[in-house]
Design a protein around this ligand. Structure first.
Ligand code: G6Q
Length: 548
């Protein structure tokens, strides 16, 4: 293929020129325009979701140039290809159809000429029946007892999504059902979980797309042995289910095919919570609420496909990230939910975003000469305020961030929510507008500080401001709005992949990790040679020498 040079395109060049000519542009200057909030915010009535992107270092002209870049990348055309089952994941020769999992339009979706919706709906029906039976106690353990604990054993995409959602929707969860997530190969994870469990009332869900992942299979075997040691071999049939694309391996493991919930290779691990991988969610919050989660995502799918670029929330989120990443040298991007329920959301997005767009090779197979995926990080507010916000406010790095909050908490606890949200608003305000030296001096004068003290302290108390934020303010945290929120980020990631011209749907770095560990494993029991570089060789030697 011919070499495509993104940085030489007129859209890129214009953005670079604009950035160069407007070095000192400050957010506070942009707010002289009284219409700014109106023009740089979108309210979606149905979701009760306000997206305020006015506190960005973006003028009307910048916005237009960014939208031009998005149009040049043909994000809309590329999205159509994804939704219609084209094999846009070229390096794995796969369609990318997590959107079909939540397609509630009734229209078919074809892969290789076959409508995949009947199979998707059949698995959803099976999940509905299973989750209802487990919740009602119709489905019992080998000794006839109702299940009280569900243990999802999976890792990466087969863990982070369901775990994040179960945490986020805990308020809606069945209080008599505990959901646990075991992912790490570190024996501590399964050990600490098993020690709290009663085998008679524990149900294990082995979630693995490939059913070959070392961590998951090892944890599942340990769980199986534990169950068998307590209740005997026959109990496995009542206490285990598998979520996978690999029927053969599931059978080999000894899980009944009736307890297998299928999905397909057009569902990427990190996009799989909408599939059978969401079984723990459906059991915890009930299938109707799981369907609401899907409906929120489906609503955003329609928005992404149909809204014009200038009003398309995922596209706007994408171009803003692109702006700071490629023209301001911002290395990272913070996601800051002002909701304890969303405490796993940044970790979930870390995978979604960094695994998708942490790439260096473009569509043409050439190495890119620009930055791609940002480092995603974050913690819930207000906790983060008491730790890393210092660097965001006064450090030397530009860290754009998303603040996510809710107008109404699911439950009221005194005035906690007002206090929480006062912090949200105050933080985004000071990040954007800062605090001048004059204001700092005025504040110090009020404390009765001496002239010398003021001279010494004032520079430290200045906040430059100009730190960009988006605010996503949602009226209620419900399964539907959560589904919408997740889908907004999924499509943001997709749109950035299109802007950077990288395949957001493969993960060769993850695959390599899986292979490498398997080659070293026999060496750790002294069963194979240790043919490595001096450092690795000596680390392994040290391990073997000191191993008890
Ligand atoms: C996700 C990645 C990766 C994957 C895990 C688990 O997109 O591919 O995180 O989900 O490695 O894989 P299995 O589900 O196959 O066990």
């Amino acid at each position: 293929m011919s070499k495509f040079e993104l940085t030489k395109t007129k859209e890129w060049q214009k953005l670079a020129e604009f950035r160069n000519e407007n070095q000192n542009l400050h957010i506070k200057d942009l707010f002289k325009d009284e219409n700014r909030f109106k023009e740089f915010s979108i309210y979606d009535e149905e979701l009760g979701l306000l997206f305020d992107f006015s506190k960005n270092i973006v003028t009307k002209e910048t916005f237009k140039l960014l939208i031009d870049a998005a149009k040049a990348a043909d994000i809309a055309g590329y999205a159509k290809k994804m939704f219609s089952g084209e094999k846009i994941n070229r390096t794995e020769n796969r369609a990318v159809l997590h959107t079909a999992l939540r397609n509630q339009s009734g229209s078919p979706v074809y892969v290789d000429g076959k409508d995949v919706m009947p199979e998707i709906n059949a698995v959803l029906d099976k999940m509905e029946k299973f989750s209802a039976d487990l919740r009602s106690g119709k489905l019992t353990g080998a000794t006839g007892k109702k299940f009280t604990d569900i243990i999802n054993i999976g890792i990466g995409g087969s863990d982070l999504g369901p775990k994040m959602v179960c945490e986020a929707l805990k308020y809606y969860g069945d209080a008599s059902l505990n959901v646990h997530f075991v992912s790490n190969i570190d024996g501590a994870d399964i050990y600490e979980n098993l020690k709290k469990l009663n085998p008679e009332t524990s149900f294990f869900i082995v979630a693995s797309k490939t059913f070959t992942t070392l961590e998951t299979i090892s944890n599942a075997l340990t769980a199986r042995n534990w169950l068998v040691s307590k209740l005997g071999e026959k109990a496995v049939a009542n206490h285990f289910a598998a979520l996978s694309t690999n029927v053969e391996k599931v059978k080999e493991f000894g899980i009944d095919e009736n307890n297998m919930f299928a999905f397909w290779d057009f569902v990427g691990g990190r996009y799989s919570l909408w599939s059978a991988i969401g079984l723990s969610i459906a059991c915890f919050i009930g299938f109707d609420k799981f369907k609401e989660l899907l409906s929120g995502a489906h609503y955003i799918d329609k928005h992404f496909l149909s809204a014009q670029y200038e009003k398309n929330i995922p596209i706007i989120m994408a171009v803003l990230g692109f702006w700071y990443n490629n023209f301001y040298g911002a290395q990272s991007y913070a996601v800051l939910p002002y909701s304890q329920y969303l405490h796993r959301f940044p970790a979930y997005l870390q995978q979604g975003d960094m695994e998708s767009n942490g790439k260096t090779i473009n569509f043409e197979g050439d190495r890119v000469d620009y930055q791609t995926g940002a480092i995603i990080w974050g913690e819930p507010g207000t906790n983060g305020q008491h730790s890393f916000y210092q660097l965001v406010h006064q450090g030397t790095k530009l860290i754009p961030s998303d603040f996510i909050g809710f107008v109404n908490p699911p439950q009221r606890v005194g005035d906690h929510h007002e206090k929480l949200m006062a912090n949200f608003f105050a933080q985004t305000q000071v990040l954007a507008f800062g605090l001048t030296k004059e204001q700092a001096i005025e504040n110090l004068l009020k404390t009765g500080a001496s002239k010398e003290e003021i001279a010494m302290l004032a520079p430290h108390k200045v906040f430059e401001g100009g730190r960009p934020t988006n605010s996503i303010l949602i009226n209620y945290l419900t399964p539907k709005t959560l589904g919408a929120l997740i889908a907004l980020y999924e499509h943001k990631i997709f749109a950035q992949g299109a802007l950077w011209r990288v395949n957001s749907f493969d993960q060769w770095g993850v695959e390599l990790g899986k292979v490498l560990a398997n080659t070293i494993l026999p060496e750790l029991s002294g069963k194979a040679d240790n043919p490595h570089d001096a450092s690795t060789k000596n680390l392994i030697k040290h391990f073997l020498k000191n191993k008890k």
